[in-house]
Design a protein around this ligand. Structure first.
Ligand SMILES: NC(=O)c1ccc[n+]([C@@H]2O[C@H](COP(=O)([O-])OP(=O)(O)OC[C@H]3O[C@@H](n4cnc5c(N)ncnc54)[C@H](O)[C@@H]3O)[C@@H](O)[C@H]2O)c1
Length: 319
């Protein structure tokens, strides 16, 4: 059996945000039933960026994502984040597929945040704030638009051209450029910057806000002032990863937050093992580091979809 090679353009033709949301939510449910395996990702830190190896198994599939984060890449015409997945048959180890996972990474990151918003934001949330208008911002908007009836999307980025490009890309959505404070003052806030010092001040965050803290995914990165976390109900994707590389990593290292301050994992909230928000006033934070089960679950879904597609035989195979 040859190995299926799926290029970036093959993957673009197979990705559908509502299906990615379904695949990612199922992966979190499988995790809550202890049907997955996932060691914490391991990092290779180089001068201009880093690489992460992210292995996992989910029912019916196993694999690894190899992904970089090089924040200066956009000035070279390259994405900050680029990824490849090798998907294997868990019974034999056979490499079923090699996939370009750059677009899949952006989709699953948006999908995961929107799922967190579904379980943690106030019911009827209507406004979305985006801080950081780079690649990940697009799929934050797409995924939230799948699950929420958004009346306003407020985007802040010091790079004005990035905001203009984002607004022009989505004429169908009510998106406007905003100040940082205006973007923060939204029902749901997604922070998607490579910041290494807090961007969001406690005084700007309104009662009842849900925040998806997406950008901090390596040691030393943080986007929120620690008092935001101290006062919020904090839900993480993975405790080991969050404490060492998520939004809480810097406050933990500085003694401003502890592992006991974590309310739950997202899998626990989705499965009902732990409660979600307590009141309309609660500030909730989802600390997203990005976990390998999201990737392998989406890769499993994409592989099955490719096999069932009318174009299957015209795809590329490697012997
Ligand atoms: N949690 C996850 O699963 C996950 C997944 C992918 C990427 N990430 C992280 O998300 C971040 C963004 O990734 P990307 O691919 O969108 O990068 P990108 O380079 O495409 O975009 C980053 C944007 O942030 C803006 N920015 C920088 N500092 C800012 C600030 N102080 N305030 C507002 N905007 C600011 C930049 O101008 C740029 O437009 C990175 O840190 C990346 O590592 C996390």
């Amino acid at each position: 059996m040859p190995t299926l090679f799926l290029s970036g353009s093959n993957i673009k033709g197979l990705l559908d945000m509502s299906e990615v949301i379904g695949a990612v939510e199922e992966a979190f449910r499988e995790s809550s039933r202890e049907e997955v395996q996932m060691p914490a990702k391991s990092y290779l830190t180089l001068e201009r960026g880093d690489f992460r190896a992210m292995p996992a198994s989910v029912p019916g599939a196993a694999g690894v994502k190899w992904v970089n984060v090089h924040p200066r890449n956009p000035s070279l015409g390259l994405p900050t984040v680029m990824a490849t997945i090798i998907l294997n048959d868990p019974l034999t180890g056979y490499p079923l597929s090699i996939m370009d996972a750059t677009e899949m990474t952006a989709y699953r990151t948006g999908a995961t945040a929107a799922i967190a918003s579904k379980y943690l934001a106030r019911p009827g949330a209507q406004t979305l704030g985006i801080v950081g208008a780079g690649r990940q911002a697009y799929t934050q908007i797409m995924a939230h638009a799948e699950l929420f009836d958004l009346k306003a999307i407020r985007v802040f980025d010091p790079a004005k051209a990035a905001v203009t490009k984002l607004i022009e890309h989505f004429p169908q959505y009510p998106i406007k450029e905003a100040s940082l404070e205006e973007a923060v003052a939204s029902d749901i806030l997604c922070t998607v910057t490579p910041a290494r010092s807090p961007v969001v001040r406690r005084e700007w965050v309104l009662p009842g806000t849900h925040i998806n803290a997406i950008g901090a995914d390596a040691a030393g990165k943080e986007e929120l002032e620690p008092p935001v976390l101290k006062e919020a109900m904090v839900v993480v994707d993975d405790i080991r990863q969050a404490t060492t590389s998520g939004e809480i990593n810097v406050p933990i290292a500085g003694g401003l937050f502890t592992i006991d301050d974590i309310h739950a994992t997202l899998a626990e909230v989705i499965s009902g093992q732990r409660p979600g928000r307590e009141s309309e006033e609660t500030i909730t934070v989802f600390d997203s580091t990005g976990i390998a089960i999201e990737d392998i679950a989406v890769a499993r879904m994409i592989y099955e979809k490719a096999k069932g597609s009318p174009d299957y035989l015209s795809l590329k195979f490697v012997e």
